[in-house]
Design a protein around this ligand. Structure first.
Ligand code: PMP
Length: 340
């Protein structure tokens, strides 16, 4: 693993915050230059978010030592690039069409991007991807279920990468809770080059609190913790996440409702003559090929309904991406579509 990590990160002496230095029991805290008057928020947050990780660990069946929490999974993506990729020397591999932040994060760090398109049925082309990689290919981003296509990658292909790719394989599972496939977290014990990303932004219904998760070997988690800003997850976020985790059944019920709505919406959409193709979805959205996507997009906007126009994205010609809303929202969408 060490040979994959940037030299400056290996050698980095991380910042030691006050809350990090002392972790035991005490009554009087005069170590962090905080305001002593209790506002509810006058103290810095737990830098390693022990309480949240403890509950998450038991729900996800992953040991606490293998969990990193960040300011959205976007922070984890950015940190991975900064830990492993030497600017102007190394590159990341992405499989378009896919989530846009891998490319943006790499570009911000002046790290090059190699793109190997998915096959027409939206699966990774394992041979072409491995052929495109070399000693400077540090990270391979696999988004499964994939955004914007909505499908999951075949487990066999993911494992082929884990066995043959010489860098780190990042399985971005932002949409895993809507999927019929099992999480790659169960492969963590077997593959030390695996990082699994998940988020509180989708199934957990907490996009506003900005909380993302990376599961990985203890060694990789150590690098995340070395590089992250000391207090990267604020007190309000930790509180809200803990509450949601302790009421897991609420999330489970919402996921069930969304899955039912996904099924109903898919059936209803396929009846419209202007819907040319409806792609199977393992996520909380549907990718739909439309005869004239721009015209339909404008019609929906005129009726105050916003979907994502993906019609110019590689392999997604003519497609709109529609998030599954509430029952009432989906009914309104269908009503408006009937007036088109
Ligand atoms: N990964 C994927 C595949 C996504 O679609 C998104 C958000 N749309 C993210 C990561 C970012 O999630 P977060 O809100 O945790 O930063």
């Amino acid at each position: 693993m060490q040979h994959l990590v940037r030299k400056n990160i290996l050698e980095l002496a991380p910042y030691a915050s006050a809350r990090h230095e002392f972790e035991g029991e005490a009554d009087v805290f005069l170590d962090a230059n905080e305001n002593p008057f209790d506002t509810g928020f006058n103290r810095y947050p737990d830098p390693l978010q022990h309480e949240v990780k403890t509950v998450l660990s038991s729900i996800k069946n992953v040991p606490i030592e293998n969990i990193f929490l960040g300011n959205g999974s976007d922070e984890a993506i950015d940190l991975l690039i900064r830990i492993f990729c030497e600017p102007r020397k190394d590159h990341i591999l992405i499989l378009p069409p896919t989530y846009g932040m891998y490319k943006v994060s790499a570009s911000i760090s002046d790290v090059a991007i190699k793109a190997v398109p998915l096959t027409p049925d939206f699966q990774p082309d394992v041979a072409a991807t491995l052929a495109a990689s070399d000693a400077h290919s540090k990270l391979l981003f696999l988004c499964t279920p994939n955004n914007p296509t909505g499908n999951s990658f075949e487990r066999g292909r993911v494992e082929e990468f884990l066995q043959q790719f010489k860098g780190i394989v990042v399985a971005d599972e932002a949409y895993i809770d809507f999927s019929s496939q099992k999480s790659c977290t169960e492969l963590l014990a077997q593959y030390t080059n695996l990082v699994v990303l998940q988020t509180f932004s989708k199934a957990w219904g907490l996009a506003g609190i900005r909380l993302g998760i990376a599961y990985a070997s203890q060694e990789i988690i150590g690098y995340f913790n070395k590089v992250k800003p000391p207090y990267n997850v604020n007190v309000l976020t930790q509180k809200a996440a803990l509450e949601a985790l302790q009421n897991h059944e609420v999330q489970q019920k919402q996921v069930q409702d969304i899955l039912e709505e996904r099924k109903k919406l898919a059936t209803a959409l396929s009846d419209f003559p202007f819907v040319q193709h409806l792609y199977p979805s393992d996520a909380n959205f549907l990718l739909v090929k439309i005869e004239d996507p721009n015209a339909l997009y404008r019609h929906l906007v005129s009726q105050k309904i916003i979907v994502r126009n993906r019609s110019t994205v590689l392999l997604c010609d003519g497609c709109l991406r529609i998030t599954i809303g509430t029952k009432a929202e989906n009914a309104r969408l269908l009503k408006v579509l009937k007036t088109y």
